[in-house]
Design a protein around this ligand. Structure first.
Ligand SMILES: [Zn+2]
Length: 323
């Protein structure tokens, strides 16, 4: 079962149980709250009962200063966020790499375009798409500088078999997909919104890992992370048509019950599981977070729930081999 890691003072991140049990593997999905920051549920108006996950005890360890001061508390990692100072985002990135113990110059990010392209990367790609100036002296910071090294490609999936190459994608409602081949030791991350999901990006990752690393899909451990859930993810005709075309044998992925005409609920989580199972991933090796970002936007950024005032705030998923 998936769980927030509350065993350390640096909690909480979201982590998958089956991946957490793997030696030599690091993975994490960040939350809306900075690690170590007490949870203030009321700050986002959520009245949900905690879904069995909020074991973090406020005050158990020293509260780090708010990254930007002035009431900026969200652990936002998206530089294009509205109403969030880029220097505060930079501070969050510094905090993240320190807490995880990962080297910023070995993070690799792609330019995410809601497609199904997957790219194999390695050490030479380290720092791609990352604003490394965040780790340099503050006096050198420029808000508009951007990454010194451009993102590796227009892609929504990354894979590698090299140690300490940290694959990173950003999210706010789209589905984080994580992959680990424990036999041949390779990892991948993908970003599956509705477009990537109907384009089968999960299958493309599996095929790419088979091609590049000789991965047997039956060996893969996969995680379907927090994303827009089947409780909330209402879609309209364009998405309905695309989902019906992509999943002709799975009408259950669309639920028209109680929806206005021309609308349905699309089950992104199950759709991604179908895609993975269809290419040979074992159902028992797929762990689903089961957390909807739209109504748990108190814990995760959500493009739909956050609205225009907080547009562009992002959480990240990271995976990599530590050895
Ligand atoms: Zn929901």
């Amino acid at each position: 079962m998936a769980a927030f890691n509350t065993s350390q003072s640096i909690a909480p991140f979201f982590r998958f149980a089956h991946l957490s049990a793997q030696p030599g593997l690091l993975h994490a999905i960040t939350l809306r709250q900075r690690p170590g920051q007490p949870i203030h549920q009321s700050a986002y108006g959520s009245t949900d009962a905690p879904v069995g996950l909020l074991a973090y005890v406020a005050g158990a360890d020293p509260l780090p200063a708010s990254p930007g001061g002035g009431g900026v508390v969200d652990f936002n990692l998206g530089y294009r966020a509205v109403d969030y100072p880029p220097q505060a985002t930079a501070a969050n990135w510094r905090y993240l790499t320190a807490v995880l113990g990962i080297e910023p110059e070995r993070i690799v990010a792609a330019r995410q375009v809601h497609g199904n392209q997957v790219v194999r990367v390695g050490s030479a790609d380290g720092g791609a798409g990352i604003r490394l100036q965040a780790w340099r002296p503050a006096a050198e910071w420029r808000d508009d500088a951007g990454p010194a090294k451009p993102p590796v490609a227009e892609a929504d999936g990354l894979c590698t078999d090299e140690a300490r190459v940290w694959l990173m994608n950003v999210y706010a409602d789209c589905t984080p997909l994580l992959f680990y081949d424990p036999r041949l030791r390779a990892v991948a991350v993908a970003h599956a919104g509705w477009r990537g999901t109907v384009a089968g990006i999960g299958a493309t990752v599996v095929e790419m890992m088979a091609h590049e690393f000789n991965t047997n899909p039956a060996d893969l451990l996969c995680g379907v992370g927090p994303a827009a859930g089947p409780c909330c993810y209402q879609v309209s005709e364009e998405v309905i048509a695309a989902a019906q075309s992509a999943f002709p044998n799975h009408p259950e992925l669309l639920n028209f019950s109680g929806q206005p005409s021309g609308h349905a609920i699309f089950d992104l989580w199950a759709a991604n599981r179908c895609t993975l199972e269809d290419v040979g991933v074992l159902p028992t090796n797929i762990e689903t977070a089961g957390i909807c970002t739209i109504h748990r936007h108190d814990r995760f950024f959500s493009a739909r729930s956050d609205g225009a005032a907080q547009a562009g705030r992002r959480f990240v998923a990271v995976i990599g081999l530590t050895i």
